[in-house]
Design a protein around this ligand. Structure first.
Ligand code: SAM
Length: 495
């Protein structure tokens, strides 16, 4: 059987992962790699060829040309054949920092040979990329996240897969008509209203709020999908600089189109992509969902059962990343998911957060020095080494780095423990992990997070199978300066 690559340009790691997909799905007698295609000898499971992510077609002497599902999905909704499409199906619903590349999520499912009817867990599900890819393959899934916006978006994506695209478009047009003709003025005398008023020019806020009321008046299954699409436009019409990853006052001009016209356009693009995907996959009703819970405590949730998951996959938070939710504040408040006064405490709760609240600074230092979390030696001594490297020239942010790293490692140890209790024995767990570096007293320290997490996992119920380095892998929404060169796919197996 001859497999042909897509026509887009590949990163080297993608071709590496492609070979692993072939091994686990097709189980051929041998694989020969040519310049433009790959030859696989006697595949044991030739029917699985349609699931391959990194190939466009398969052909052999005795069968007609087969197109992979991925090539159909990417061709219809993508950027053309020259670039890999990452917004097909429901993936383009909303921006989300640190989003998975959907191809990598699906490739992980293929490498784990996940089958329809199995149950997958994404403990840090974010906006639900992996849950959508599971749904495409008929795999049931549960995602957990402590950011309510993540849960909202992930569930909106899953739900939209089950709504015929034309119904979604019809509801969107109806909401638009109501919003255009509505004279209701937004209520601004509560905490939410005051916050929004401080971040939007009055004429935009009036349109934005009228649209929200109109979408809610439809009150059907389309509502969260349409609100998510509108939410994705908010920053463009706000007084925050839309391209900035932090919150800064706007200096760039506002868009030329009205908010309602932008909503109309965004809905049309989304529905066209959804319609394309539904032509390939059909309308998918799945029981999968995202649950708002701290993954360290996921086992205490009544709908999450111990030893019930066949596999887990995730992209966990970075150690001391840029504040994740800065660019999401307007959405969190506008959608009514969080009062403005609770944003900072949510920020502080996220694993990898840079915030240390209240009196905890000193107690965290004592915890680090005594290694209260019983981290493996390598990770505990790295934190001590960083703490000892601090000098007077390091400002207060840098002073906190060793303690924050220690807290990150201990939180991840708890997460590994919690996930281990939820999966079946021998279940695989794949993590896309980025490295980091810090400069203390003028000396650069590289923090090989994939290696550290593999170590910590090994001390918490997992066996480290392998680490695959992903050169030039870039998660969306992370700033180049914050991006890393040590991104890797860490593969574990439950003991
Ligand atoms: C890199 S993002 C995941 C992005 C996701 N793969 C996607 O495609 O959108 C990491 C996520 O971990 C979440 N998170 C941080 N601490 C958490 C915790 N204790 N429990 C669950 N989720 C948490 C953050 O809210 C964030 O959504």
């Amino acid at each position: 059987m001859q497999l042909s690559w897509h026509r887009y340009k590949y990163f080297p790691y993608e071709k590496d992962i492609a070979l692993r997909e072939i091994q686990s799905l097709l189980r051929p007698a041998s694989i020969q790699v040519g310049d433009n295609s790959i030859h696989v000898e006697n595949p044991l499971r030739p029917d699985f060829v349609k699931r391959l992510v990194y190939f466009a077609t398969a052909s052999s002497a005795d069968t007609p040309l087969i197109q992979t599902q991925q090539s159909l999905l990417e061709r219809v909704s993508g950027n053309g054949v020259k670039r890999q499409s990452t917004r097909y199906s429901a993936h383009g619903l909303h921006e989300y920092k640190g989003k998975f590349n959907p191809q990598v999520a699906k490739a992980m499912l293929n490498i784990f040979d996940a089958q329809p009817g199995q149950l997958a867990l994404d403990p840090f599900c974010g906006s639900g990329t992996s849950l959508v890819e599971c749904a495409h393959l008929g795999i049931n899934s549960i995602g957990t996240d402590i950011n309510p916006l993540a849960i909202y978006l992930a569930n909106a994506k899953l739900r939209s897969l089950g709504i015929p695209a034309e119904s979604l478009l019809a509801d969107a047009h109806q909401s638009l008509e109501v919003a255009r003709h509505s004279l209701v003025m937004p209520k601004i005398n509560d905490e939410r209203g005051e916050y929004l008023h401080s971040w939007f020019p009055a004429e935009y806020l009036s349109e934005i709020e009228r649209l929200k009321l109109a979408i809610e008046a439809i009150s059907g299954q389309c509502t969260p999908v349409l609100l998510a699409l509108a939410s994705n436009l908010l920053r463009d019409y706000s007084l925050q600089e839309p391209r900035d990853l932090r919150i800064r006052r706007r200096t760039s001009p506002f868009p030329n189109t009205s908010f309602l016209d932008a909503y109309k356009e965004t809905v049309q693009i989304y529905c066209a992509r959804l319609a394309d995907a539904q032509q390939v996959l059909g309308v998918i009703h799945s029981d999968s969902r995202a649950i708002h819970v701290d993954c360290k405590k996921a086992g205490t949730h009544p709908d999450i059962n111990p030893q019930s998951f066949d596999l887990a996959l995730t992209s966990p938070p970075y150690a001391t990343a840029l504040p994740y939710i800065d660019t999401q504040r307007l959405s969190l408040v506008w959608l009514g998911l969080l009062p403005p006064s609770e944003i900072l405490s949510l920020e502080a709760e996220l694993i990898g957060s840079r915030e240390i609240r209240g009196q905890k600074k000193n107690s965290l230092l004592l915890t680090l020095e005594a290694n209260d979390a019983m981290l493996p030696d390598q990770e505990a001594s790295l934190c001590i080494r960083l703490q000892n490297a601090l000098g007077e020239s390091d400002g207060f942010r840098r002073q906190a780095v060793p303690r924050l790293l220690y807290r990150y490692f201990s939180n991840m140890a708890d997460a590994f423990n919690a996930v281990r209790r939820l999966v079946k024995p021998n279940a695989p767990f794949g993590l896309i992990v980025g490295g980091n570096h810090t400069v203390l007293s003028g000396t650069r320290f590289d923090i090989n997070t994939p290696e550290h997490l593999a170590n910590i996992a090994s001390a918490n119920g997992w066996q480290h199978v392998e680490t695959i380095h992903l050169q030039a892998y870039q998660r969306f929404g992370l700033h180049m300066n914050n991006a890393t060169t040590t991104e890797a796919l860490v593969i574990l197996r439950a003991n």
